[in-house]
Design a protein around this ligand. Structure first.
Ligand SMILES: [Zn+2]
Ligand SMILES: [Zn+2]
Length: 245
């Protein structure tokens, strides 16, 4: 496995799984098919970095990806940082290879090209980067079992490492709702809608928290995470994603 995959970590084990991976995802640039890397330097350099910021919810241009005034009423995040356009071919191929191809090494080149931009964006936050808590958007337990890794967690760990902050997988997705017998009417109605929960409130309380994911489209999952983190009394919650769809 080591030689065929050139040291790239593959989450699945077993011969049949590797056979499928070899067939579907041989290691070659997902942009130009050059062998030996998921994304060659030439193709990586062509990926445009998205500098124009807009409100994730209504797409109105706003500074630094802040949630616009009107959307603050319906969206729980202060704002969302993103770096890449999901519809750019190579970005989409890499993120899909990680997500559906079970190839965690495919994420590395994308994370590397956004690192500098990530650090410069942190300067806009009213917080010491070393005090930031990066929380990955949780996967369904079954998906996590199938894939063997959560791509959001890989990104969160990397962001924490380069900023000096901390990565805390404080959220979980639950298929089953908590027992409802003790809840009042309003809480009961809430519980029917929500399936993301904070399981480490003491690590979140009073902290500046960044919810991390690979890609955001409507922002509904990020918003759901923001709700859970606010309920756990985070002082401020931002979203940080590699790409926007
Ligand atoms: Zn290439
Ligand atoms: Zn808006």
């Amino acid at each position: 496995m080591e030689s065929r995959w050139g040291g790239v970590e593959v989450s699945m084990i077993g011969k049949s799984a590797r056979f499928i991976l070899d067939t579907l995802f041989p290691i070659e640039c997902l942009g130009c098919k050059k062998e030996g890397t998921w994304a060659c330097l030439r193709c990586l350099k062509r990926i445009p970095i998205q500098t124009e910021d807009c409100c994730l919810v209504c797409k109105l241009p706003v500074k630094r990806g802040k949630t616009c005034f009107a959307c603050r009423k319906i969206f729980t995040l202060e704002g969302v940082f993103s770096f890449l356009d999901y519809d750019y071919g190579l970005v989409k191929s890499i993120l899909k290879a990680a997500k559906y191809g079970y190839v965690r090494g495919a994420l590395d080149p994308l994370i590397r090209i956004v690192e500098d931009y990530f650090l410069s964006k942190l300067e806009f936050l009213d917080a010491d980067p070393r005090a930031l808590i990066f929380v990955p958007v949780p996967l369904h337990p079954r998906r996590l079992r199938d894939r063997g890794f959560n791509q959001a967690e890989i990104i969160a760990r990397r962001f924490a490492a380069i900023s000096g902050g901390q990565s805390v997988p404080a959220l979980v997705r639950r298929r089953h709702r908590p027992p409802q017998a003790s809840l009042d009417e309003i809480d009961r109605a809430r519980n029917i809608r929500h399936n993301i929960w904070c399981v480490e409130p003491e690590a979140i309380r009073g902290k500046f928290v960044c919810v991390v994911d690979d890609v955001a489209t409507t922002g509904s999952t990020l918003g759901e995470c923001g709700r859970a983190l606010r309920q756990a009394r985070a002082s401020e919650v931002w979203g940080m994603v590699l790409a926007k769809g």
